[in-house]
Design a protein around this ligand. Structure first.
Ligand SMILES: [Zn+2]
Length: 569
């Protein structure tokens, strides 16, 4: 256990009115004064994980007994800490209406060209679902069209569609951004197109399905490749279980009827049947001249759906700020409580425990809440502890909050999200996904430096980490948000230890039943990181001004609109 000494922020020692006058800039403290933020207890974090990842909690799927137990557990913890109900209706929960759709009977997907026929086996060769809230959807000999990366990006002068009519057709699309080579260095990607090595939103699978909907396609099939996707096909196979979405007025009828993934092997076979060379077409797809290629092959499949609607829940607690004016502004800590529930067994285990993902983050936020309650005086702004549902289903709980916030987003100073803690010891570094987007990164840099740590940008920007957790729906709406990361350069460990641990987790345990508590876990790294997030949240809550996006950040304009709207009211 470590104690973090941070420079004092004046509300703790001075009357806040005079303090505010004396402190014009953000977070610059008077020299010499210091307050110790309460320490984080790693053993307490582990105790939370033990409960939440236990068999009894059945993998915490939305709409199950696991949800009831999880919501009750978190609520109970907040009550014990004296954290107030976070919803204005006096409860600790925000209802999140979800529809769950389960495909029945492992349907076969069939590609046909003349007499030749390619049958794709459910789960092994492809996965598919529908977002449409209907009992049955079909592709009936829908023409397959290869659309390359399926990107329409005017700012990069890029359009893979070239006006092609895709109505009723099925798009075959590559995952990721087009990997355009740097003309100055053939070993690197062009930093001026799709941000070089980093994945932009155009590379995300969610974007590909959104484009299919926009163009009226009947189906969208993404070719799975581990590198650009950022995870193996086994992770995609998780999507054969019940799929959730928010209940929307149009019942998602604007989406393509069938959305899914096919394996690389099946894609290559399909292209061969079509008389095309997959690798050659893939190469073409990296050029601006690429045009959609009708494959002369049709796709047929029928998905019969079991449908249910449920009210899932975000859990929310609130610590009132101490400043009469600033207490109506909020710093939000988020961590998703959900995981995949009970599903297809792997090595005999059917329960997807989600110990690291994200029982650890939930435990972490509960312990951050505890630390806040131990301060001699609450910070000036209010703090929300928001445990969101259905992250694994596409950021639905956080998306719902961002769409229907309990407290206005214009008065939300920052969102600090924790999704998976470091459980392998302390590090000398700290990776920040999307480094340089907002002032929050400066807070992180400063707090990390005080811990003697070096901040690095995301080492795997090609995986599009910034779009993959619950801070993102807030960022998309304009609120400065950060996915608090950990480090990879471990103290007292071999140089490649961090990389090895991370790669092993991605390959073996990520979104699998084996994401369980391990005897070799070392919570000191989680304690180090939680101390940092506590410091950052505390300082943001104390600062004169709310953090801002840096100029050039994609969501800055949205924030400006948001703040203008709030000022007009
Ligand atoms: Zn997660």
């Amino acid at each position: 256990m470590r104690r973090f000494t941070v420079p004092i922020l004046c509300a703790l020692t001075l009357a806040s009115a005079s303090c505010r006058q004396a402190q014009p800039a953000q977070q610059t403290p008077p020299a010499g004064a210091a307050v110790t933020l309460p320490p984080i207890d790693g053993a307490a974090v582990l105790e939370h994980i033990k409960v939440l990842a236990s068999d009894e909690y059945e993998g915490r799927a939305p709409g199950t007994k696991g949800e009831d137990l999880t919501v009750a557990y978190i609520t109970d913890q907040l009550k014990q800490l004296g954290i107030k109900p976070g919803n204005t209706d006096g409860t600790y929960v925000q209802s999140v209406p979800l529809v769950g759709i389960t495909v029945q009977q492992s349907p076969t997907l069939t590609f046909r060209k003349g007499a030749s026929r390619q049958s794709l086996k459910w789960r092994d060769d492809y996965v598919a679902w529908t977002k449409r809230v209907v009992e049955k959807v079909s592709l009936d000999r829908s023409d397959l069209v290869f659309v390359g990366y399926g990107v329409q990006a005017p700012e990069f002068d890029w359009d893979d569609y070239k006006g092609a009519d895709l109505k009723g057709k099925t798009m075959v699309v590559l995952v990721g951004d087009p990997p355009v080579k740097d003309p100055a260095n053939p070993d690197a990607l062009d930093p001026n197109v799709f941000e070089g090595r980093a994945m932009t939103y155009y590379g995300r699978w969610t974007y590909k399905y959104e484009m299919g909907a926009k163009l009226g396609a009947a189906g969208v099939l993404i070719v799975h490749e581990t590198g650009p996707a950022g995870y193996p096909f086994a992770v995609v196979q998780g999507k054969t279980a019940e799929q959730f979405d928010l209940v929307r007025p149009d019942k998602n009828m604007g989406r393509a009827a069938v959305e899914g993934w096919i394996t690389l092997d099946q894609a290559k076979e399909l292209f061969a049947t079509a008389g095309q060379d997959y690798d050659a077409l893939k190469k073409q797809a990296v050029t601006r001249e690429f045009k959609p290629v009708p494959l002369g092959v049709s796709a047929s499949v029928t998905l019969a759906n079991a449908i249910r609607t449920i009210d899932s829940r975000n859990v929310v607690g609130k610590l009132d700020g101490s400043d009469p004016k600033l207490k109506d502004e909020y710093v939000i800590y988020t961590a998703h409580w959900d995981h995949f529930g009970v599903g297809v067994p792997v090595n005999g285990d059917r329960i997807y425990h989600g110990a690291q993902d994200n029982a650890s983050g939930v435990g972490g936020v509960i312990e951050i809440a505890r630390a806040f309650t131990k301060l001699p005086m609450p910070p000036r702004r209010s703090i929300l502890f928001l445990f969101v549902t259905a992250e694994e289903q596409g950021l639905l709980g956080s998306g719902y909050y961002a769409m229907s916030p309990i407290y206005p987003l214009a008065r939300t100073a920052a969102v600090i999200n924790i999704d998976g803690m470091n459980l392998h010891g302390r590090t000398r570094d700290l990776e920040i996904v999307g480094l340089g987007l907002s002032d929050l990164d400066d807070y992180m840099q400063k707090a990390a430096a005080e811990q003697g740590r070096i901040v690095k940008p995301d080492q795997e920007p090609e995986k599009g980490g910034y779009f993959r957790s619950d801070h993102f729906p807030f960022a998309k709406e304009g609120t400065p948000a950060i996915n608090a990361g950990g480090g990879i350069d471990y103290i007292d460990r071999p140089v490649d230890y961090g990389r090895k641990v991370r790669d092993a987790y991605t390959a073996n345990d990520y979104h699998k039943p084996s994401d369980t508590i391990r005897p070799d876990w070392d919570l000191s790294g989680a304690v180090q990181d939680l101390g940092l997030y506590l410091t950052v949240g505390y300082r943001v809550a104390q600062a004169e001004k709310m953090p801002e996006w840096k100029s050039g950040a994609r969501w800055k304009a949205r924030r400006d609109e948001q703040l203008k709207g709030a000022a007009g009211k």
